[in-house]
Write a protein that binds this ligand. Sequence first.
Ligand code: MN
Ligand code: MN
Length: 468
Amino acid sequence: MEKEKSAAKLLQEKLCVQRKNGVLRTSEEDMKLCDEYCENYKSFMDTAKIEREAVEFAEAAAVKAGYKPFEKNMSLKAGDKVYYVNRKKAVILAYIGKEPVSEGVHIAAAHIDSPRLDLKQNPLYENDETAYFKTHYYGGIKKYQWGTIPLALHGVIVKADGTSVRVSIGEDESDPVFCVTDLLPHLAQEQMKRSAGEILKGEELNILIGSRPFRDDDVSEKVKLNIMSLLNEKYGITESDFVSAELESVPALKARDIGFDRSMIGAYGHDDKVCAYTALTALLDCKEIPQKTAVVVLTDKEETGSDGNTGLRSSYLKYFIHDLAECFGMDGRTVLSRSECLSADVNAAFDPTFPDVVERRNAAFINYGVVVTKFTGSRGKSGTSDASAEFVGRVRKLMDDNNVVWQTGELGKVDLGGGGTVAAYIANLNVDTIDVGVPVLCMHAPYEIVSKLDVYMTYKAFVSFLSE
Ligand code: MN
Ligand code: MN
């Protein structure tokens, strides 16, 4: 027999927020679906390490689900599915709803670029009979974390004749990998006096790529020549072709379960492919035609400030909505002004080893579900779009009505740091926008950690929103 609750206890339950781990608020059946869902998420993470690969994955999945390339002035009706790829590095999908688009669309946005080491335009050199690539890091990283870990190389090289070749090396077990070297502790006395941001300096993030000389006594830089000879054999390139390449060095690590209970996932690039995957699959899993037209945008360049024509500070999303509106003889700005957006990006998860950086009452915890964040920014909410109480109220009800485990989360203590997302750029189009996402441990590290429950609840949040 359950002990009868006191009047005070009942009143407290009625009036005060009750904290309870999300696992304890989720049925065993749902937990099983959660674990199954995360198996597919892990294989996505091993396939789509960079934005181009994420776009290819999304396009292939969309085509399989009946999506057709979007064209200006095409005739569209409820139930039609279209997609648009922006320069191979960003993609928009739309599932035309029952209501006219003039009533507004539902947008889920996430980014598919992640922090990494990009090769410079003239990357290849030989030093003391060892060959290296010079890099310029992409996004906010703790540089020292990128030494002495296995690195893979992904991207594209455009050759002098205009043809291009794709590169993906270091993911297969039989592939070689690459590495940024670091000093042994025995000789690091001076290095360890450097500030942490400079333990490995930007110009020390040099990737080791070879050490065997070309067998010939006639030339200098034989190791470099040997590497160039191998690259020419494999990709048909010469050294000058690096000038027109986008080669991204990422951790050669697979997504793995973390913990004896397998409750978490470690992987490179959860930020923000975890939101990209959950948004994408939520749209593709929509069984019935949604009321509102559902739009998913997977964007590039968030980690460097969203500038550039594949980032969300550019007009490509706005133009897509305008073009979509025109297909129905509507004007784009009316559609945008009535639209809503879940801007999906990861949030900092509370780390019990470093409790002092957050204010506990407003921090996000792993296993407490999808994080709903009214405002981001820093130092007096600078740089945030700050969702209205009305829109937060609407999203909160949507989550509760659909049994989505959710929490709030502010990125760190006031004035301690902070960060922005693409939310502000979408809100600036006159769209009601709020931040949602998955809490992440070790964000921006080569290996980031999420909880499976939070991944699944983020998926459920998108299903609720996009299938409305
Ligand atoms: Mn992010
Ligand atoms: Mn980030």
